[in-house]
Structure formats: structure tokens, C-alpha cells
Design a protein around this ligand. Structure first.
Ligand SMILES: *[C@@H]1O[C@H](CO)[C@@H](O)[C@H](O)[C@H]1NC(C)=O
Ligand SMILES: *[C@@H]1O[C@H](CO)[C@@H](O)[C@H](O)[C@H]1NC(C)=O
Ligand SMILES: *[C@@H]1O[C@H](CO)[C@@H](O)[C@H](O)[C@H]1NC(C)=O
Length: 433
């Protein structure tokens, strides 16, 4: 207990005194100080106040605007997921263009003055379609996702061999803004608990990004999750929201990481919505109070989400606990910046709290983006599904004796209409076996 108090004083004092600018001649480093229980940036104690933002949920046109608002709220870092299926839609075919131009996004963050905590998965969860894993992985019927399965690892290795070399020049040590890289995502929540898989990922990431890059894991606040999700060489961090006792949660992180910085990698500012749910709402006062408490302990905090955005197309994910529950199109998340990227009351109280710990940039918060009315739109019925099949499926139907999965017919998103002709007529109400 006493060591924690001492560390808080050490880190906080230094953070207040540390100058924001570093002499150009000084070498750029980012590391973990196990002695003083904090991060070191260019050799000086560093505490991050970060927010999650997903470039895949925001049109590229607005990236800069959202990042500027995050910077103006007093953040010094952002946390970014990389959805594999967004970049490798077909095995071996990669897309880093337009709204998928991750490096452009990193560059905008860099010029805005935001450091980056990168979360390349390969599994990301994020309420994103299949947690970012490409659907084509399922074309191998026996594949064991998120384990040391040969087919799965081979696909991961090819993907990382495409992604991670692009990330190298964005590492802080190389003149970029990436200070740390997460390996997998809440792996301790997955049933497999496969350390060979985590070891393989660790080796893969280290091979591409070097042994000196800070690598970490993030897991939920239970022992089981921390046991199965953590691995030597990957700094163990924890995630929790406003309904959790801070000291209980950080004590748990301490049991797995006796020394080093306290980190809440996902402090929940809001929550996701499933179809049929009421829109999530997490109290702004609770969020800001708890944020202040964590920052006062010297902890590093990433707010999940800071700007949620939208699940365009078929990118919304689904949860399956006791039943299947899919996430709605909006990923507003009741976050400090709303779905449209506009500042909310929550953003302002969070900025007030942050201003007690670090200098918040001067100047006005960029305003809400202008909106326009579309007026009334009258929809005109053009037909029904069976009448329009030739238009919807110009290539014609797929024939088979047994029903095929979406993956088997390589129709990874959208809808499939299954039709069959019965060999004889069946009376109404008789079950077909
Ligand atoms: C990031 O921004 C800094 C400061 O503006 C600049 O010196 C550096 O070249 C940028 N890094 C990259 C990779 O663009
Ligand atoms: C959290 O738990 C600790 C120790 O069990 C307790 O002393 C403290 O009052 C709790 N904090 C809150 C906010 O409930
Ligand atoms: C669907 O559209 C077709 C072609 O316009 C028409 O012949 C058919 O009766 C319609 N079916 C239903 C159920 O409305």
C-alpha cells in the first residue's frame, strides 16, 4: 500500500513539472519504468489521458475534425483498433485506400498532437463484425479461431506481415506517434486460454516492431480473465467502468503486474446498444469523478469510447451470451462526442477534470457540424423480393443438394434466400424433418 502512495507522488509531481516539448537532439523513447511505476517518454515520467476512436466508424472527411476535438478536450493520446476484415476483405487482397487509409489517419493524429495506442488485434471485439476477423477464415470448416490452429495462424501471419511493416515508421521511436501496441484483445474472456497462441503473437509483433516497443494486453476485471489473457513480456492492463471499485480493480492489475504503471485501457464513458435496448446512458458526473480519481492516483486512462461513430454497411457486430444479440447501426456509445461527432455536456465536464491534471489547449471547442434537413422523402414501392430476384442476383441461383453456408457460397455479407422444391405435396402444418 505504501509503495502506491509514494509512486503517486513521484509520477504526478514529475508530470506537472515535465515540459511538453523535448529538445530535438534528444532521442525519442517510450518505455515502462518499473522502479517508479510509470511510463517514461523521452526518459521523463509520462501519464496518458486517452480516448478511443475508430476510423472505420467515421467518414474520412471528418477524421481531422474529430481528432481536433479530442485534442481540444485535453487528451494527449488516442487508442485505435485496426479491423482486419476491413483491410483484407478477400484473402490476400488488401485495402488501405480512402476510408481505410490507416496511415493517413495516424498522420492526422500526429499533426494534431496526439499519441497513438495501437490495437491491431488480430481479434479486436469492438462490437465490430466478427471482432474484426475476416469471414473467409470460416471457409476452413474446422478452423479454431484465436488459437494456435495452423490455418488461423497462417492467415494471421500473412496479415501482420502486411500491416506491421507499415506501422514501423509510425512508432514513436522512429519519429511517429505510436507509443504502445496491444496484443489480442481481452483474450482472457475467450474459452481457449491458449498460451501458445499468445506466444506466437508476441513473437510475430516483436519480429516486426522490435523488442523495445511497449506491448501490452487488456483484460476484464476478474482473475480468470487476467490469468488467461496475460503473458510474460506483454504488460498486463485492465479495463473497467463506473460501476467498479477503482482500488479493487487496480489491486487486481497489481497482482499480475506488481510494478509498472497503473492502466485502465477501457474506462467506459457509455455503452453499446443492442437491437431492442434502450439507448445506453452512463452518468457524466460519475464518469468525470472517476476519471479524476484515477488520474489523481497517477493512473493512465483510456476512455472507451471518446467518439463512437456509426456501424456503416454490415459492420455491426453481435454478442452471443445467453442469446444472439446484434448491435445497432449507431455506435454513439453515449460517448463525450456523439455519433455525429458533436461535443456533449459529458465532453465539457471531462475536459474540466482533465484540466486539473494537465494543461488543456486554449481556444474554443470546435462547434457541432452544421446539419441540414432532408425534408420528407416518399418511398415508392417497386416490387417484392421474388419479383426482383433477377435484379438482386444477376448471376442466378446457386444449386446444391444440401443448404450451403454463406461462406461456402462466398457471399460474406447481406442476405441469402434459400428455396427448395419438395418432391411431393405436404399438408399444411406438417413438420419437415
Ligand atoms: C509527426 O509529427 C512530428 C511533429 O509535427 C513530425 O516531426 C514528424 O515527422 C511526424 N511523423 C510522421 C511519421 O509523419
Ligand atoms: C473501494 O474498496 C475499498 C476497499 O475495499 C474501500 O475502502 C473503498 O471505500 C471503496 N471505494 C468506493 C468508492 O466504494
Ligand atoms: C411479387 O411481384 C411479382 C412481379 O411483379 C408478382 O407477380 C407477384 O404476385 C408478387 N408477389 C407478391 C407476394 O406480392
Amino acid at each position: 500500500m505504501s509503495s502506491k502512495v509514494v509512486f503517486a507522488i513521484v509520477c504526478l509531481t514529475s508530470v506537472h513539472l515535465a515540459s511538453e516539448t523535448v529538445a530535438a537532439s534528444e532521442s525519442r523513447t517510450f518505455s515502462i519504468d518499473y522502479k517508479n511505476n510509470c511510463f517514461l517518454k523521452d526518459g521523463k515520467p509520462f501519464q496518458y489521458v486517452s480516448g478511443s476512436i475508430h476510423y472505420s466508424r467515421i467518414p474520412r472527411y471528418y477524421w481531422k475534425d474529430r481528432l481536433l476535438k479530442m485534442y481540444m478536450a485535453g487528451l494527449n493520446a488516442i487508442q485505435v483498433y485496426v479491423p482486419w476484415n476491413f483491410h483484407e476483405p478477400v484473402q490476400g487482397v488488401y485495402n488501405f485506400e480512402g476510408g481505410r487509409d490507416l496511415e493517413h489517419f495516424l498522420g492526422l493524429a500526429n499533426e494534431t498532437g496526439l499519441l497513438v495506442i495501437l490495437r491491431p488485434g488480430p481479434y479486436i471485439c469492438a462490437e465490430w463484425e466478427m471482432g474484426g476477423l475476416p469471414a473467409w477464415l470460416l471457409e476452413k470448416p474446422n478452423i479454431m479461431l484465436r488459437t494456435a490452429d495452423t490455418d488461423y495462424l497462417q492467415a494471421v501471419s500473412s496479415w501482420f506481415a502486411m500491416l506491421l511493416p507499415r506501422m514501423e515508421r509510425w512508432l514513436y521511436s522512429q519519429g511517429g506517434n505510436i507509443i504502445s501496441v496491444q496484443v489480442e484483445n481481452e483474450y482472457g474472456s475467450y474459452f481457449a486460454c491458449d498460451y501458445n497462441y499468445l506466444r506466437h503473437l508476441r513473437t510475430l509483433v516483436q519480429n516486426f516492431l522490435g523488442e523495445d516497443t511497449v506491448l501490452f494486453t487488456t483484460d476484464g476485471n476478474t482473475d480468470r480473465e487476467m490469468v488467461c489473457g496475460t503473458l510474460q513480456g506483454l504488460y498486463a492492463t485492465i479495463d473497467f467502468g463506473t460501476d467498479t471499485n477503482i482500488s479493487t480493480a487496480f489491486d487486481r492489475q497489481r497482482r499480475f503486474e506488481p510494478r509498472g504503471p497503473l492502466v485502465n485501457s477501457e474506462f467506459y464513458t457509455g455503452w453499446l446498444d443492442h437491437w431492442g435496448d434502450r439507448h445506453a446512458s452512463v452518468d457524466a458526473q460519475k464518469v468525470s469523478k472517476m476519471l479524476g480519481d484515477m488520474l489523481a492516483m497517477g493512473a493512465n486512462v483510456n476512455m472507451y469510447m471518446f467518439e463512437g461513430g456509426t456501424n456503416f454497411g454490415y459492420w455491426n457486430g453481435a454478442d452471443h451470451d445467453s442469446r444472439y444479440r446484434s448491435v445497432v447501426t449507431s455506435y454513439d456509445y453515449n460517448a463525450p462526442l456523439n455519433e455525429a461527432g458533436d461535443p456533449t455536456e459529458k465532453l465539457l465536464v471531462i475536459r474540466d477534470v482533465i484540466s486539473k491534471f494537465r494543461k488543456v489547449p486554449e481556444g474554443p471547442m470546435p462547434p457541432a457540424t452544421p446539419k441540414m434537413e432532408y425534408g420528407f422523402v416518399t418511398l415508392q414501392r417497386v416490387g417484392n423480393t421474388s419479383g426482383l430476384l433477377d435484379v438482386l442476383t444477376p448471376q442466378g441461383p446457386v444449386q446444391s443438394h444440401q443448404p450451403l453456408t454463406f461462406e461456402e457460397i462466398k457471399h460474406l455479407y447481406g442476405f441469402v434466400l434459400y428455396r427448395t422444391k419438395l418432391p411431393r405435396s405436404i399438408p399444411d402444418g406438417q413438420p419437415l424433418i
